[in-house]
Design a protein around this ligand. Structure first.
Ligand SMILES: NC(=O)C1=CN([C@@H]2O[C@H](COP(=O)(O)OP(=O)(O)OC[C@H]3O[C@@H](n4cnc5c(N)ncnc54)[C@H](OP(=O)(O)O)[C@@H]3O)[C@@H](O)[C@H]2O)[C@@H](O)CC1
Ligand SMILES: Nc1ncnc2c1ncn2[C@@H]1O[C@H](COP(=O)(O)OP(=O)(O)O)[C@@H](O)[C@H]1O
Ligand SMILES: [K+]
Length: 467
């Protein structure tokens, strides 16, 4: 699991660390890390440019320039605010033979030391003008300048980094925005940090959490999933949701609804019935995709909320909650619910747009509904009411296709039925879903049914990393 810490927590931890470290030692350690990565990226080429801002981020760039000079690299620095350039860094850089110029010459690599943790807003015009002329790959110090460190939001010009070298710990920007290849340099910060503000599951975490049958298991003992989705108008949603559930875990899937014939034809291993009241016992329900929002759909939603098992509520279920708040209020408050809106469903449910800070939006909704909230998108955010947040960045946008959400909700239902902790169930499903999309697409558009069919490949791929 990777952790990410907010600027507030990083700055407080850095202050504590600075208080017990000789002056300048942290910056030299950090910038030595920058220089090491720069040499690796240069691969024998010898011309580096530095864009140097007014704060310590610029100081890091200047000290990195100093170390590069000592390795014989030609380094030219552009000082964006010459009077406020880091004095010790600038003196060391000049001593080592670094050149200061008003424009970057032709170089093989640019080090972005414009702004780091204290950034606010997009690049200012002077910095933006220099960045616009850059053609060489950019190595960002701490984070790409112009991108918000806590939200990953860009509201104007920003640096597009080939690689980012960060120090002490990762920050939210590294999970929420494209920072290129992110390298972490240890400066001894970990002991000073509280628990992470965000987390991102890696393959090994997902493999560890994913339910695998034991020798003593049977089809019931692993948790039976119930799917309440689809309708006469939208039978496909039921087929996709049920299929995702069948493929995600071992054990049994029960389908209840108007698409029973279509589901039975495609998934003979599922136990299908036309009516929710005849479904039989399950350990979790996945409800909503293609269900409709009429009276009979409302009754289905009431039934699953009353079943005393965890519920994943998606699509039409979310719209019904938005249209009729009584439905939500009537549920047993102890029932675990995972809500999985996309942005428009979020706006319906919350009565406000998601906005640019998607993590804050997901946290607000999780708290308001006392539920796990999975906000869909290229970067999926999962927040639980206790304040924990997991993010999953999809490496491709191929999953942005009709029916893909139906697949996700079937997978979440399966993991909930197997007893996986709700935040982890949603985050693991998002991870495998994105990977299945990538594997199935392999560079060309795919329908959601192909994404669904790649679930076993994606599970195999994450499990391949475990010993
Ligand atoms: N503390 C530590 O232990 C360690 C810290 N380390 C390093 O320190 C960095 C944090 O340094 P920091 O706090 O000095 O501020 P920093 O990010 O350089 O920026 C401040 C200046 O930028 C300006 N500015 C703001 N927004 C801007 C924009 N959009 N576009 C352009 N300019 C903008 C703003 O200008 P002003 O508003 O004052 O005019 C201000 O003067 C951190 O990221 C890491 O690299 C490492 O050495 C490891 C040890
Ligand atoms: N740009 C994107 N890149 C990667 N994944 C995406 C992107 N847009 C959406 N997704 C994912 O695709 C799925 C879409 O779900 P949803 O909008 O509910 O679709 P549908 O209702 O058609 O099933 C979600 O899992 C979401 O995270
Ligand atoms: K930077």
């Amino acid at each position: 699991m990777r952790g990410f810490w907010s600027t507030e927590h990083v700055k407080a931890a850095e202050d504590r660390l600075l208080a017990r470290t000789p002056e300048g030692a942290l910056m030299r350690r950090a910038s030595f890390g920058v220089a090491t990565v720069a040499l690796e990226l240069l691969g024998g080429r010898r011309r580096v440019g530095l864009l140097v801002g007014a704060g310590n981020n610029g100081g890091d760039a200047l000290w990195a320039g100093y170390f590069l000079r000592r390795r014989g690299v030609a380094v030219t620095a552009v000082l964006l605010d010459p009077d406020r350039a880091h004095p010790a860094g600038l003196a060391a850089f000049r001593r080592a033979g670094g050149r200061v110029a008003s424009e970057l010459p032709e170089v093989d690599l640019v080090v972005d030391g414009v702004v780091g943790l204290s950034a606010s807003g997009p690049l200012r015009p002077a910095a933006a003008a220099h960045v616009a002329k850059v053609t060489a790959p950019v190595l960002a110090v701490d984070l790409p300048s112009g991108v918000d460190p806590d939200t990953g939001v860009t509201g104007g010009p920003f640096v597009e980094a080939h690689t980012t070298v960060t120090f002490g710990c990762r920050k939210p920007v590294h999970a929420l925005a494209d920072c290129g290849d992110v390298r972490l340099v240890d400066i001894g910060l970990q002991p000073e940090l509280p628990g992470p503000d965000l987390m991102e599951l890696e393959d090994a975490d997902v493999a560890f959490a994913w339910p695998v049958p034991g020798v003593g298991d049977d089809k019931y003992s692993q948790g039976v999933t119930g799917i309440a989705a689809g309708s006469a108008t939208y039978p496909g949603a039921a087929v996709l949701s049920t299929g995702a559930s069948v493929l995600a875990t071992s054990g049994m899937v029960r389908y209840a609804g108007q698409a029973a014939d279509a589901v039975r034809a495609r998934w003979p291993e599922s136990i299908c019935t036309g009516s929710i009241t005849d479904a039989g016992r399950v350990q979790a329900w996945s409800v909503g995709p293609g269900l409709g929002t009429g009276l009979s759909a409302e009754n289905v939603l009431r039934y699953v909320l009353d079943a005393g098992v965890p519920v994943c509520a998606d699509a039409d279920a979310i719209t019904m909650f938005a249209n009729n708040p009584d439905l939500w209020d009537a549920r047993d408050p102890d029932t675990t619910v995972v809500l999985t809106p996309h942005d428009r469903e979020y706006a319906r449910l919350m009565g406000e747009e998601v906005g640019t800070d998607r993590v804050a939006a997901a946290k607000r909704a999780a708290e308001r509904f006392n539920a796990v909230l999975l906000l869909k998108g290229n970067t999926t955010i999962v927040a639980d009411p206790g304040g924990a947040v997991a993010v999953n960045r999809s490496r491709s946008a191929w999953p942005a296709t009709a029916g893909s959400g139906d697949v996700l909700s079937g997978m979440i239902g399966s993991l909930l039925a197997a007893g996986v902790y709700p935040l982890l169930a949603a985050a693991c499903a998002a991870h495998v879903h994105a990977l299945a999309g990538e594997l199935a697409a392999d560079g060309a558009p795919i329908p959601a049914s192909s994404l669904m069919a790649a679930i076993p490949d994606a599970i195999r791929s994450v499990r391949a990393v475990t010993p």
